[in-house]
Write a protein that binds this ligand. Structure first.
Ligand code: URA
Length: 193
């Protein structure tokens, strides 16, 4: 499993399938533990990720770690983290459709090799990459959908959105995230392996 994944990672490292190959510092394949039951799919690398080659290492990533740790999950032990596209778009703009399309085979390979049981679609770019819907993340977060290879998928807010919405009041985005991550942990604990 790991040799196959390593081959895909190396392909990504040298990829020139779209113009982001010319502007990136490093491609960002993943972080965390490959044989996890849980995979989180974010949007795209930002500045810190582009510099280090690791996903979710900036402020949003630190908040994500806290959210996972609040229910006893961690990329150090039981979470795998990747993105819909592997190279940073200039000025952190949303990935273009053609960039997502060019990069999709890498994400599909990660899914095919790892076959996670739970997939968290983190933010609207990940949501729309897997679920064809006019509804936004606010409407769909917290709900389970059927995903690839029998996985259960849940859209959740992106931590960058939570950083812009600091309230923890009942019904606020942070409060909703807390409900969602507890539901994720319930399903996680009910799965064997
Ligand atoms: N935001 C993302 O969606 N992914 C990262 O890796 C970092 C920030």
């Amino acid at each position: 499993m790991f040799e196959e994944l390593e081959k895909v990672r190396q392909e990504c490292e040298n990829c020139q399938k779209c113009p982001l190959g010319q502007t990136r510092t490093k491609s960002v394949f993943s972080s965390g533990i490959p044989n996890s039951k849980l995979m989180l799919i974010g949007e795209a690398p930002g500045y810190n990720e582009d510099m280090t080659g690791e996903s979710f290492v900036g402020r949003a990533g630190q908040l994500l770690d806290k959210i996972f740790e609040s229910v006893g999950l961690s990329r150090k032990t039981n979470v795998y983290i990747c993105n819909t596209i592997k190279c940073r778009p200039p000025n952190n703009r949303d990935p273009l459709p053609e960039e997502k399309q060019a990069c999709r085979a890498y994400l599909d390979k990660q899914l095919e090799i790892l076959k996670p049981r739970i997939i968290l679609l983190c933010g609207k770019v990940a949501l729309t990459s897997f679920i064809d819907t006019p509804l936004g993340i606010t409407k769909l977060r917290g709900q389970w959908f059927d995903g690839p290879y029998g996985a259960k998928m849940m859209p959740i807010f992106h931590p960058a959105y939570l950083l812009r919405n600091q309230s923890k009041e009942k019904g606020s985005p942070k409060w909703l995230m807390w409900q969602d991550i507890q539901e994720v942990k319930r399903l996680y604990d009910s799965l064997d392996g």
